[in-house]
Ligand binder design. Structure first.
Ligand code: IGP
Length: 266
């Protein structure tokens, strides 16, 4: 780590504040009460596993308005329309950004989309506190993201155990060999390899190819970020990677779902 705070450090500093504020407004037991009235998790891992076992692409299609590296990605941003478009065109799961400050996301986006769209959903945010895991379930998330680069070992295990207790799946995200070794100490079967370096924003699919051999066969590898062409998709399929997390290239298309269908020949 360097002395200048990179984007991940800035996001995490903001999250600490945000979570402290939320805890003032609502308790974990309030969140548990809300979760009682929410549909049970939809089986995010199971949906991907079915695709991977059939050697078919399983696409986690992302709903993202903006990002710190690209600014506004999509002006005409209607989460429900986009979610239905993805579902109609063969997405396996959805990824919905809920971070407001850096990604212009919203929790309401996740809640609205899940009401109208049957696909399993991962809440894309920066988890640092078990409170956020309870909150995710109350929102109706089926899976949560843990970014190894953002977490200590004990913290990572605590967050994962909390998600498991609440019947949610866990996607653990890495972008180098050290993080991967730490990720593999978790029970979760979903390992995301982020092709984007969260410090420099550089994106290369080589990251997935370099790390995949260290991952045991029973885990599902999800290649994340920087998938833009049919060639990118083919390169991954040729290397036995069947699960994908794609945002920007879909979000820039008029119909994100059509774009997904084209790229993945669904
Ligand atoms: O838009 P892209 O390059 O297709 O990437 C999607 C997804 O991988 C990316 O949004 C992402 C991966 N890990 C994250 C962690 C936080 C926020 C965003 C992300």
């Amino acid at each position: 780590m360097t002395d200048t705070p990179d984007i991940l450090q800035r996001i995490l500093a903001k999250k600490v504040e945000e979570v402290a504020n939320r805890k003032q407004r609502m308790s974990i037991s309030d969140l548990e009460d809300i979760a009682q009235g929410v549909e049970r998790p939809r089986g995010f891992y199971k949906a991907l596993q079915a695709k991977v076992n059939a050697k078919k692409p399983g696409v986690i299609a992302e709903i993202k308005k903006a990002s710190p590296s690209k600014g506004i990605i999509r002006e005409n941003f209607q989460p429900i329309t986009i979610g239905l478009d993805y579902a109609m065109n063969g997405a396996t799961c959805l990824s919905i950004l809920t971070d407001k400050e850096f990604f212009q996301g919203a929790e309401a986006n996740l809640q609205m989309v899940r009401e109208r769209c049957p696909l399993p959903i991962i809440r894309k945010d920066f988890m640092i506190d078990p409170y956020q895991i309870y909150e995710s379930r109350a929102l109706g998330a089926d899976c949560i993201l843990l970014i190894v680069a953002a977490l200590g070992d004990a913290q990572m295990h605590e967050l994962s155990d909390t998600a498991t207790k609440l019947d949610m799946d866990v996607l653990v995200e890495v972008h180098n060999a050290d993080e991967l070794q730490r990720a593999l100490t978790l029970d979760t079967k979903l390992i995301g390899i982020n092709n984007r370096n969260l410090r420099s924003f550089e994106t290369t699919l080589q990251t997935t190819l370099d790390l995949k051999s260290a991952i045991p066969a029973e885990r599902i590898i999800i290649t994340e970020s920087g998938i833009h062409s049919q060639d990118d998709v083919q390169l991954m399929l040729d290397n036995d990677i069947y699960a994908f997390l794609v945002g920007e290239s879909f979000m820039r298309a008029e119909s994100p779902g059509q774009k997904m269908r084209e790229l993945f020949a669904l």
